[in-house]
Design a protein around this ligand. Structure first.
Ligand SMILES: CC(C)(COP(=O)(O)OP(=O)(O)OC[C@H]1O[C@@H](n2cnc3c(N)ncnc32)[C@H](O)[C@@H]1OP(=O)(O)O)[C@@H](O)C(=O)NCCC(=O)NCCS
Length: 168
């Protein structure tokens, strides 16, 4: 995928430091970079998508496995997503998220949860209403869900990957 000189691709071996640097710069703190490292160490990442401009990774979106009622029902969490501050508001975050969702839908993933600003995530189809049928550790106005396919579970209790609990 290539939009405006930005290439979207799954992360490769050797990208970890650049991905961490993107999240540290985007969030101005190391918590999100640490989360990505822990998710990776635990084998819980379903898709790590990067946006690259030449040899530079400028954006990262990480999707990790969730369990619904204790089972793998092809549901995932989007967290974190970040773009280098100097490259924000150029459509990179949107391209990353939309491109990731095409890849995830094609690989049979069914349902994505995200905790964030509804004003931003609603443009990708996430909705607070769609999240209401599930119980998550982060229930509230910032919890949103997006069904990718007809095989999505209709309801259930959501358990995030272990790294999220370790972060709290
Ligand atoms: C959120 C983020 C990934 C978006 O990436 P991006 O490449 O800047 O996004 P896009 O260019 O595709 O879209 C920009 C639009 O998103 C909106 N937007 C960006 N961040 C937003 C936010 N936190 N809340 C609401 N809207 C936001 C703006 O309206 C902007 O539109 P505008 O330029 O017309 O004002 C990026 O801004 C970022 O890394 N922020 C810091 C980390 C962060 O907060 N991550 C999300 C945690 S839930």
């Amino acid at each position: 995928m290539n939009a405006g000189g930005i290439v979207l691709r799954p992360a490769r071996n050797g990208d970890a430091d650049a991905i961490a640097a993107v999240h540290r710069a985007a969030f101005g703190a190391s918590g999100e970079a640490d989360l990505v490292a822990a998710l990776s160490r635990d084998g819980d990442i379903v898709l790590s998508m990067v946006a690259a401009s030449g040899d530079t990774i400028v954006g990262s979106a990480v999707y990790s496995r969730l369990l619904i009622d204790g089972a793998n029902k092809n549901a995932i969490a989007l967290a974190p997503v970040g773009v280098l501050p100097e490259r924000q508001r150029q459509g990179i975050g949107g391209a990353l998220i939309r491109g990731s969702h095409r890849v995830l839908a094609a690989s049979g993933e069914s349902l994505i949860f995200v905790l964030g600003d509804p004003a931003y995530y609603s443009r990708f189809g996430f909705s607070q209403d769609a999240a209401k049928a599930y119980q998550t550790p982060y229930d509230g106005p910032h919890m949103m869900a997006l069904k990718l396919g007809g095989n999505a579970p209709e309801r259930g209790a959501v358990a995030y990957a272990k790294a999220f609990a370790d972060l709290a």
